[in-house]
Design a protein around this ligand. Structure first.
Ligand code: F6R
Length: 613
């Protein structure tokens, strides 16, 4: 959840760390801090609040040096405050630590250390790490060994970065489990460290990812990696192609708005290179899917969290309809604890924007241990979910900075559609005409997305109408039932308006009791196979005095007669309609939150990568 940056080299570490943290602020943003080695001593600056507070603090009280680490926090143990912000110093002031993860046995360790006379200066679990390192330092030889000794005491999953004023030539970093990656960026006579690549991309494209239970000793000249057991690791340097400019806000007020508008491009890239329109065929080479494997696949499990899980629900309809393979969709945090029935003829497909979501990674591991083939659809290149899968589909959306996911929702919808067609083709379960029609429909997607975006002003008018409501009900059915879930999630997470997504047919079994003039109902009713059922849903809501905002297809003559407001959708093949239905819902949530003056990109209590369980 938290963001980590480190630097060692000839340049001033402070601006490099602050800049890196800026690119990671989406990961956690309730407090931030940095530690720099200045004239032989570790100087720490940290404060609660956003990164701007830390920058102001550094301006008031500058700090310069050639070795440093920084952190942006998403609180787990201890409220967001200056004393709980990272970095944390040990009692001597010679060792400093930043950390991402949860020390599960921290109470026990804290008691043990307190009994030995250690005085704690924060309420965090992280602080035990620095004290453990100091304790090991008195017995072991050097920081790296001491860190290894300290880490062996921790339960849970962690990314840890530390340095010592007594060994100014190095930074030590380690990763245990899936609490967040640690990536080392290789420069020329300088080295960078980060929890995520955007923090260091402006400096280098050559990176090394630490695997679980690996530790890196990073000096100006290079990096040495060993396992926590002390065995040398022959690592691979990877070259990364992301463009840091793509991560700037440009003309938009918020990243979320920019990312909503980027969907024409991201959907074009999603299709590009994967679709052979001549042949009417799909190519997803990184999936490593052979005709034999496709035929042997008896069941698919889609595992994901939040928005990614909603994409998975659309995927279920697509894969079952097109490829006739049974699909179960599981919330990743449930899947891993429910002892699912999977075997080597099952495929478990994880969907994750960050590729670092702890629940999703743990579910992938559970699947692997049971012999299933594991695939992922993932955005962040080189992330854990990409690396541990047997095959993957890369989302091609570029960095998503806004905490509320938008372009990383529509890209997997198209990926799942392509996967369904590919599976059907390889299993011999689709006739050529149908396959060509489905493939051809993909051509329409970017333009349809663009036509939704062109109607932003109309959506904004509806946003003004809904500005002061306290509750909203979103209804959808069939392939657009997940669109209702996703629309509601977008609204609640950035505007703090209570919103529920519901399968429209379930309304009469309870939620209809909620409908009155104060409970606007957003009905997703494009011309898909569930259209007529949705019409009666609108009637039912109206009959109970509800205010209905309907999403309807251009040219629909019935809906304007019954709904209070209509948001128009371009005519879309029904299996791709979740793409066009969600774009106005994203814009609606965005404009409501922006009009309410809220922090759209960094809503309260949330973080972009959820690397804790
Ligand atoms: C909502 C949102 C979250 C994420 C969820 C999974 O807008 O962004 O619900 O979808 O935390 O994250 P990833 O896709 O990174 O695994």
């Amino acid at each position: 959840m938290c963001g980590i940056v480190g630097y060692i080299g000839p340049r001033d570490a402070t601006p490099i760390i602050l800049n890196g943290l800026k690119r990671l602020e989406y990961r956690g943003y309730d407090s931030a801090g940095l530690a720099v080695l200045e004239n032989g001593h570790i100087a720490v600056r940290r404060d609660a609040g956003k990164l701007a507070r830390l920058s102001a603090l550094v301006e008031e009280s500058p700090v310069h040096g050639h070795v440093g680490i920084g952190h942006t926090r998403w609180a787990t143990h201890g409220e967001p405050s200056a004393r709980n912000a990272h970095p944390h110093l040990g009692m001597t002031g010679d060792v400093v630590v930043v950390h991402n993860g949860i020390v599960e046995n921290f109470l026990e360790l804290r008691e043990e250390l307190s009994a030995e006379g250690v005085v704690f200066n924060s309420d965090t679990d992280t602080e035990v790490i620095v004290h453990l390192i100091e304790r090991c330092l008195s017995r072991e030889t050097g920081l790296a060994e001491a860190a290894r000794c300290a880490l062996s005491r921790l339960r849970g999953a962690h990314g840890v970065v530390t340095f010592s004023s007594k060994e100014p030539d190095k930074i030590v970093a380690a990763r245990i489990g899936n609490a967040g990656g640690v990536v080392v960026g290789l420069g020329d006579g300088e080295m960078f460290l980060a929890s995520d690549m955007p923090a260091i991309l402006e400096h280098t494209r050559s990176v090394v990812f630490l695997e679980s239970r690996q530790m890196a000793v990073v000096t100006r000249e290079g990096v040495e990696i060993k396992t926590l057991e002390g065995d040398a690791v022959a690592y691979q340097v990877q070259s990364v192609a992301w463009d840091p400019i793509a991560a700037e806000k440009g003309e938009y007020r918020h990243f979320m708005q920019k990312e909503i508008h980027e969907q024409v491009r991201s959907l074009t890239d999603t299709i590009g290179g994967r679709v052979d329109f001549e042949d009417g065929r799909i190519h997803l080479p990184e999936l490593n899917l052979t005709p034999e494997k496709a035929r042997r696949t008896r069941k698919l499990f889609i595992i994901a969290c939040g928005t990614a899980a909603h994409a998975g629900m659309v995927g279920k309809v697509l894969i079952e309809h097109i490829a006739r393979v049974p699909v179960e969709v599981d919330i990743a945090s449930e899947f891993r604890y429910r002892d699912p029935i999977i075997d080597e003829d099952s495929v478990v497909l994880a969907i994750s924007q960050s590729g670092e979501t702890a629940d999703t990674l743990a579910a992938m591991e559970e699947a692997r241990s049971k012999g299933a083939t594991v695939w992922s659809i993932v955005n962040v290149i080189g992330s854990q979910a990409m690396r541990i899968a047997n095959g993957y589909i890369s989302m091609q959306t570029g960095p998503e900075i806004g905490v509320a996911s938008t372009k990383a929702y529509t890209a997997p919808l198209v990926d799942l559609y392509m996967l369904a067609v590919l599976l059907a083709d390889l299993r011999g379960g689709i006739d050529e005409r149908t396959r060509r029609r489905l493939v051809n429909d993909l051509r329409l997607v970017p333009d349809l997305a663009g036509r939704c975006l062109d109607r932003e002003a109309d959506v904004e008018k509806v946003a003004r109408f809904l500005l002061n409501v306290s509750h909203c009900l979103y209804l959808g059915r069939g392939i657009n039932m997940p669109s209702a879930y996703e629309g509601a999630l977008k609204l609640k997470e950035i505007s703090y308006i209570h919103a529920e997504g519901y399968p429209a047919g379930e309304m009469k079994h309870g939620p209809i009791a909620l409908i009155d003039r104060d409970m606007p109902v957003i009905v997703i009713a494009p011309r898909d196979p569930w259209y007529e059922k949705m019409l009666s849903q609108i009637e039912q809501a109206k009959a109970r005095g509800g205010i209905v905002i309907a999403l309807a297809t251009d040219g629909d003559e019935l809906i304007p007669g019954i709904a209070d407001h209509v948001i128009w959708l371009p005519e879309t093949p029904w299996m791709l309609s979740p793409v066009t239905a969600v774009i106005p819902l994203q814009m609606l949530a965005y404009h409501i939150a922006a009009l309410r003056g809220l922090d759209v990109d960094q809503p309260r209590n949330l973080a972009k990568s959820v690397t804790v369980e």
